[in-house]
Design a protein around this ligand. Structure first.
Ligand SMILES: N[C@@H](CCC(=O)N[C@@H](CS)C(=O)NCC(=O)O)C(=O)O
Length: 205
């Protein structure tokens, strides 16, 4: 298998994080420089169907894009440690928090960076109001996660799951625009420190 990756980009980092948690070391990494447009070449578009990273090419030539779909595929092939749930209830609770993490934190923060950081002007027609409203929306959503992390060490279960990986990589990417967890969110700060201390945090960055 080959993973089309891009260092420092948040969506590929999710996949690299999952690979590291699972000890997967038999996937070839192909570095794509998005600032040089390597994800928009006819060859890449023919393979991936979209000008996005990450993309996972399987040995039979099938290419999977969408970072969470790639992570789910890896979970099926390398089931341990479990990141997506072991039974119906746990799987649904993890999915609920994963979707919240993506929709309320990771996507808005990604938009705040894309529309707010000068380096991303190479990839995006930037609209400052989009950066501002998405940054503010993500900040408001932190309350929900902080409350949850007051009851539980991790977001969706008693261990790290895909929900933590989506939330943390989204928040960490926003450091590019100096986004910081407000001090009032002490539970999130404790959790973020625990996430940053995991060996998988340095994978692909
Ligand atoms: N929903 C997709 C998003 C993929 C995506 O937006 N990737 C970014 C890098 S984090 C990208 O390829 N950007 C290149 C561009 O926008 O031109 C996923 O989860 O994989």
């Amino acid at each position: 298998m080959r993973l089309f990756d891009s260092r420092r980009a948040p969506n590929p980092r999710r996949v690299r994080w999952v690979m590291a948690e699972k000890g997967i070391d038999d996937i070839e990494i192909v570095e794509i420089d998005v600032f040089k447009g390597e994800h928009r070449t006819p060859e890449y578009l023919a393979r991936a169907g979209l000008g996005n990273v990450p993309a996972l090419e399987l040995d039979d030539g099938t290419t999977i894009t969408e970072s969470v779909a790639i992570c789910r595929y890896l979970e099926s092939v390398y089931p341990e440690p479990n990141l997506f749930g072991r039974d119906a209830k746990e799987t649904a609770v993890i999915e609920m928090w994963a979707r919240r993490a993506e929709m309320l934190l990771a996507t808005p923060l990604m938009l705040a960076v894309r529309h707010g950081h000068p380096a991303l002007a190479a990839l995006e027609t930037q609209v400052p109001a989009i950066a501002e409203s998405n940054g503010a929306g993500a900040t408001r959503a932190l309350k929900v996660f902080d409350r949850r992390l007051g009851e539980s060490d991790f977001i969706a279960a008693d261990r790290v799951t895909i929900a933590d990986i989506l939330a943390f990589t989204g928040i960490d990417f926003a450091r590019m625009i100096r986004f910081r967890l407000p001090e009032e969110f002490a539970n999130m700060a404790r959790w973020a420190e625990a996430m940053r201390a995991r060996p998988a945090a340095s994978a692909g960055v």
